[in-house]
Design a protein around this ligand. Structure first.
Ligand code: SF4
Ligand code: SF3
Length: 502
């Protein structure tokens, strides 16, 4: 059976996955996900705009993000026999396909963030209306200019969505505070929780109170350790392992249970399949699924049955570091803004780098480790999302008490980085592009697409993007991005640093 998917960074041969996904997605699953998108398009075009339809669209889009849903039966249950076929886009004009892909993949990312806000009780009408507008546009005969405008609007809406999620997270759990996180796993029963959903973590912490079970964050859940309403639980211990692409090795025969709340789930190996639980948009055949009632009892029982390690285990980061520091969201960073401004004025701080985005399995991602290691001592490195596992265990020192490496949170906390940049530009009375700030992004899946579109919508120039450029960006569209925004692929850390620092 053949398939067509080119939505992520690891797509086969840098072109498309056509027989099976490099991510492990089978052709049947990929095709079902395409039919699901068609089905959502027709739902958006034919239904009344209400909460029920909006939530169906959000959850359907979320299910098609890379490494979220590998379960054909659950996909089939979401499909309503559409007439439109995604082939019309995939087999059409290359530039139109490219722009429609940017919009569709961006909207998938927005759906994930809207879902997290929604479950905390936060919705935004403009964001919700855009799901209908953008899906409808995918079937329309639009010009390149019209599609470029809609692509930038996707970035604008994502900005509003990330802002809403920031509000949802901080009003529900408090503003993140700097927090040191251990990478050791204590003896005794434990649960590893991964993904981006903070509400799931809160519910799990409540249900495991006084049960003799420790909870460890993994992957994109790490920043949760910094939220006051989550860190107050004494059984929320350290962080397990590194980024998503190492899970098959790190979960090998693990004596604990694992909960996936979002991406990135990889094909689950038999030696830990019985201890993997998924919830919300994540589905994997034969793995237990926890529905919206969020009764985590089977997960808790599994953790107790497995019993955990007999002795404490050390799980250092990829550079050997044994602790990580998190919690530098906009609230914390802006509370020391005067110190940052003074350091710039006295010359103690000469440059700020934002090195963030997704991690991934393909070789070449050590670029980000080497880049951060080589940043000069009079520079700060802001980071976010799971790409930071390439360097977040490094000890980079500080500048006048401000740590040189500042972990701002999950990918959606790109909102924090933008807020800080905008505030600094106000203080220095210049545009964000005139700040001594450089953005070096790593991308993998579709949330990185909507974040990139947000940065472009905000007019941010000179972004370096790696480890490779998206296969769905056609040469013409790339030219537009280069001409308008001077976006460039990463080269080598040495060359890029030399160019940035002039
Ligand atoms: Fe290939 Fe990525 Fe699509 Fe998976 S999500 S099938 S790896 S392009
Ligand atoms: Fe990572 Fe999958 Fe993108 Fe939120 S967990 S960033 S890749």
């Amino acid at each position: 059976m053949s398939m067509f998917c080119f939505q992520c960074e690891q797509t086969a041969g840098g072109k498309c996955c056509s027989m099976a996904g490099v991510c492990g997605k089978k052709a049947e699953t990929a095709n079902l996900q395409d039919v699901l998108i068609s089905s959502l398009i027709e739902l958006a075009q034919s239904s009344e705009h209400n909460d029920e339809t909006t939530k169906t669209i959000i959850d359907g889009l979320f299910a098609t993000i890379t490494n979220v849903n590998f379960d054909n039966e659950s996909l089939k249950a979401m499909i309503k026999n559409p007439k439109f076929s995604m082939k019309e886009i995939w087999e059409g004009n290359e530039d139109i396909r490219s722009l429609k892909s940017l919009i569709l993949f961006g909207v998938k990312g927005i759906a994930a963030y809207a879902h997290h806000a929604w479950v905390l009780g936060y919705k935004n009408n403009e964001v919700n209306e855009f799901f209908y507008e953008s899906l409808d546009a995918l079937t329309k005969d639009l010009s390149v200019d019209e599609l470029i405008a809609l692509t930038l609007k996707t970035g604008e809406i994502n900005f509003k969505c990330m802002e809403m999620l920031d509000k949802a997270n901080t009003e529900s759990f408090g503003h993140p505070v700097p927090t040191k996180v251990s990478k050791n796993i204590e003896k005794g029963p434990f649960i590893v929780i991964t993904g981006h959903d903070l509400r799931d973590l809160k519910l799990l912490l409540e249900q495991t109170k006084d049960k003799g079970i420790n909870i460890y964050t993994h992957g994109e859940m790490l920043p949760a350790q910094a939220y006051p309403e989550l860190k107050k639980y004494s059984h929320l211990k350290g962080n397990f392992g590194t980024a998503w692409q190492n899970q098959q090795k790190e979960f090998d025969n693990i004596p604990g249970a694992i909960l996936f709340t979002t991406n990135c789930i990889m094909p689950v190996r038999p030696n830990y399949k019985d201890r993997v639980f998924t919830t919300a948009a994540v589905r994997y055949p034969e793995c237990a699924y926890i529905d919206e009632k969020k009764d985590f009892s089977p997960l808790i029982e599994k953790a107790l049955e497995l019993g955990g390690y007999k002795e404490e285990q050390k799980m250092p980061g990829i550079n050997g570091g044994e602790t990580l520091t998190v919690g530098f969201g906009h609230h914390t960073v802006l509370s020391v803004a005067d110190k940052v401004v003074d350091a710039v004025k006295t010359g103690a701080l000469k440059h700020i780098f934002l090195v963030g985005g997704c991690d991934g399995a393909k070789p070449g991602r050590n670029y980000y480790t080497d880049f951060v290691k080589q940043t000069p001592k009079d520079s700060l490195v802001l980071t976010l999302a799971c790409g930071k596992y390439r360097f977040n265990d490094l000890e980079l020192g500080d500048i006048g008490g401000i740590p040189r490496l500042l972990d701002m949170g999950q990918c959606n906390d790109a909102y924090s980085a933008i807020k800080v940049a905008v505030e600094l530009s106000k203080v220095f009375n210049c545009s964000v592009n005139e700040l001594p700030l450089s953005i070096v992004l790593s991308w993998y899946e579709q949330k990185a697409v909507c974040i990139l579109l947000t940065l472009l919508y905000l007019g941010i120039k000179n972004i370096k993007l790696g480890p490779s450029l998206p296969a769905f960006v056609s040469p013409t569209v790339l030219n537009v991005l280069v001409e308008k925004f001077n976006i460039a692929p990463t080269t080598t850390p040495e060359q890029d640093l030399k160019q940035i620092l002039g």
